[in-house]
Write a protein that binds this ligand. Structure first.
Ligand code: ATP
Ligand code: MG
Length: 446
């Protein structure tokens, strides 16, 4: 009895991991196709790495004392061979691992991009999920500020292509290792004065990763962080020149930015340029993209030292913003819905539908839920609900005469006679439909 009951229970998905439902598919496709065309316009190539990597890649690549490695990773031991594995929490380390493993940089720098799910065990809330998606790029083998500028311009172009406004750019420079070391001494001395006020996270990081105390989200620590010694004041000539070079290119391209000395980024591998793109329209989770330069990482993962920079953007946050701004493209239905009645008509319908698809039209062929032939009336209801532009109607008369009925379904998807059914010889059907669609598209432009 209990066994039977258990079988009937509905199963729910994992908390913080979301289904993308068909009603949102159009929005995802719009975003992905816009991103892909932007990436192509900068000469980026796609790379696809596995979702699971050795845990060590992330502990070594991201840094032991980071939110991700300390508390957000989905790590497990492979029960079959004892390997320590992790669902990727981000993808830079994996892309660099892959580039080293396959010697991708042997013939010069590479511009790479990826898209896919990432996994972090965080408290789920708006804009923060346990499985979320990132689109990211890695420009590997580029040392100069021109690469930093280019990857930032790419983001701006994407916002423009998507129609998004009001996403602001914040920049900082984390300098070089010896500059961070000099700053660190003063930062620790400064923070030690407030030891009793610091929260648990900050106390723990005071001697391991004090820079991270500066990007605390704890309101009680804001003033302390605000007045702390600024890394930017410790930059030497080389770091300053790099940062100035970047700023000059951004200014020449009319990209507004502000310098935020407290911007340090959550991952350990960054140096020199770091940046975030932030909106005020999504509440607390307002950072839609973040990135910077990570020159030390390639060597840290066993490769030949070389410059590199990149960014990652949170797809869910950007989609949320598109919804917020009413920029969701209308989800168009198919071009044609084919309804049919009778055995002979059904057979013809298959052939005709295939022929229409050959010419590039998108076609739904009516198929009944119960395997029985439905009335024309109920099939036409389905056709209407599908959002198709036209119904093609095949009954006994049409089959006998070698014709098809055509009816415009969408408002505006008609030539003459609003939604009147027209009779078209089957051999002229494709031409007729394409002509009618072109006419509709032109109507829409007026
Ligand atoms: P945050 O400070 O918001 O936790 P982060 O510094 O951990 O961000 P990154 O590792 O830089 O984030 O990831 C790049 C982008 O990916 C973020 O700017 C954000 O848009 C998105 N992102 C990060 N974590 C999540 C998450 N848990 N859910 C949804 N999107 C996320
Ligand atoms: Mg985070």
């Amino acid at each position: 009895m209990t066994e039977q009951k258990r079988k009937l229970e509905k199963l729910a998905g994992v908390k913080g991991m979301n289904d993308v439902l068909p009603q949102d598919a159009g929005l995802w496709e719009f975003f992905e196709s816009t991103v892909k065309s932007m990436l192509r316009s900068y000469g980026y190539q796609n790379i696809r790495t596995p979702i699971v990597e050795h845990t060590q890649l992330f502990t070594r690549g991201i840094g032991e004392v980071t939110d991700i490695v300390e508390k957000e990773m989905y790590s497990f031991t492979d029960a079959l061979n004892g390997e320590n594995l992790t669902l990727r929490p981000e993808n830079t380390a994996a892309v660099v691992r892959s580039a080293i493993e396959h010697n991708l940089l042997y013939d010069g720098p590479k511009r790479l991009w990826y898209v896919g799910p990432m996994f972090r065990h965080e408290r789920p809330q708006r804009g923060r999920y346990r499985q979320f998606h990132q689109v990211g790029i890695e420009a590997l083998g580029f040392a100069g500020p021109d690469a930093d500028a280019e990857i930032i311009l790419m983001c701006q172009r994407l916002w423009d292509d998507l129609g998004l406004t009001g996403i602001r750019l914040e920049l900082n420079s984390l300098g070089l290792a010896h500059e961070r070391a000099a700053h660190r001494v003063e930062l620790i001395a400064y923070l030690e004065q407030y030891k009793d006020t610091l929260d648990e996270d900050a106390k723990r990081r005071l001697y391991t990763n004090p820079l991270r105390v500066l990007d605390t989200k704890n309101p009680a620590l804001q003033e302390i962080a605000q007045n702390a010694p600024k890394l930017i004041d410790f930059l030497g000539e080389e770091s300053r020149a790099h940062f100035d070079g970047l700023q000059r290119i951004l200014k020449a391209n009319n990209i507004p930015f502000t310098i935020n000395p407290r911007l340090v980024r959550g991952l350990d591998y960054y140096n020199l340029t770091v940046f975030e793109w932030i909106t005020d329209k999504l509440g607390a989770q307002g950072t839609v993209a973040a990135g910077g330069r990570y020159d030390p990482l390639i060597e840290q993962l066993g490769g030949k030292p070389t410059g590199a920079c990149g960014w990652a953007m949170g797809v869910e946050r950007i989609l949320e913003l598109l919804k917020e701004e009413d920029l969701v493209p209308e989800d168009e239905g198919c071009d044609v819905y084919v309804v049919h009645q009778g055995e002979a008509a059904r057979e013809r319908a298959f052939v005709i539908a295939e022929r229409l698809r050959d010419t590039g039209l998108d076609v739904i062929l009516h198929c009944s839920a119960d395997g029985q032939s439905a009335s024309f009336k109920s099939q036409m209801k389905r056709a209407d609900a599908s959002g198709a532009a036209f119904a093609v109607i095949l009954g006994e008369d049409e089959i006998a005469n070698g014709t098809a009925g055509v009816k415009a379904l969408r408002a505006g998807a008609h030539q003459d006679g609003k939604g009147e059914q027209q009779t078209v010889p089957v051999e002229d059907l494709t031409e007729f439909l394409i002509g009618a669609m072109v006419a509709t598209a032109e109507d829409g432009e007026d």
